[in-house]
Design a protein around this ligand. Structure first.
Ligand SMILES: Nc1ncnc2c1ncn2[C@@H]1O[C@H](COP(=O)(O)OP(=O)(O)O)[C@@H](O)[C@H]1O
Ligand SMILES: [Mg+2]
Length: 249
């Protein structure tokens, strides 16, 4: 079986990664593109809130649990971990969600990285798309839990500094042992990024599009309302629809 198409969203915190990831998932659902595994790989993230779903289990909680030796008698650590990993998936009608969770102290990921990778590899074959909301350093990708990125979307605010940061993240991504297919920059919270074109060119990335400042996006975030419920014609939904329409999905 073929693995899913991996679309990773990366960039500095606060730029609109989670918003972009959630609206991409919404786009894939609305256009009936196929089954989706959403991966929240940013400990500071709330992709589940943006999507409007409650999460009981994060991967890191499971790892901490196993590390503390809360393993039922008669079960090996490995078997228990595998069982818990299977339970960690939040399933909904339109997509499933895997939440990595925060780092729970040094060394915490060491033992099960390989197991986690194997688990994700198995999941990978069950979906058409994997949408990954990353932290700035793309830690889970650099830990080689996910080694292929078909489409990398780098999100920046409309400042020269923001674009340079994205350029550095892109350089970092290229230096890791991952295969990147296509990579694009998306500038958020502006109508026009033409004054940033020189900075964008310097990153070697192509500008996929801009997402205007949309007061409803900020309001929904503040109130914990899912972006799935944003009106069809809200500026961010319209802009991202056009942006994602440019991708071969
Ligand atoms: N296009 C936009 N218009 C207005 N506010 C936005 C837009 N995109 C993101 N935001 C707001 O900016 C903040 C950071 O967005 P978020 O997607 O959580 O960023 P990240 O995941 O990169 O940290 C949130 O309050 C969000 O609602
Ligand atoms: Mg986020």
């Amino acid at each position: 079986m073929e693995r899913s198409k991996h679309i990773a969203v990366a960039g500095k915190g606060g730029t609109g990664k989670t918003t972009t990831a959630a609206l991409l998932i919404r786009y894939l659902i609305e256009n009936k593109k196929g089954s989706i595994l959403a991966v929240d790989a940013d400990p500071n993230s709330n992709l589940n809130e943006a999507l409007g779903v409650k999460v009981e289990n994060t991967i890191s909680n499971i790892l901490v649990d196993v590390k503390k030796n809360n393993v039922p008698t008669g079960m090996t650590k490995q078997t228990y971990l595998e069982l818990k990993l299977h339970q960690s998936l939040t399933e909904t009608k339109y997509y499933d969600l895997l939440v990595m969770g925060g780092p729970q102290g040094p060394g915490c990921y060491c033992f099960p990285t390989e197991l986690l990778k194997k688990h994700i590899d198995v999941l990978d074959n069950n979906y058409d798309y994997m949408v990954i909301d990353n932290e700035a350093g793309m830690e889970h990708i650099s830990r080689e839990t996910i080694e292929n990125v078909d489409i990398l979307l780098l999100i920046s605010d409309p400042t020269a500094k923001g674009v340079r940061t994205v350029g550095r993240i892109y350089e970092l991504a290229k230096s890791l042992k991952i295969n990147i297919g296509e990579a694009y920059i998306i500038i958020t919270k502006t109508e026009d990024a033409s004054d940033l074109q020189n900075e964008i060119d310097a990153t070697g990335l192509k500008l996929l599009g801009v997402v205007p400042n949309d007061p409803l996006v900020a309001e929904y975030d503040l109130k914990g309302k899912p972006l799935m419920d944003l009106p069809e014609d809200s500026p961010a939904v319209r802009a991202t629809r056009e942006i994602f329409g440019k991708l071969k999905l």
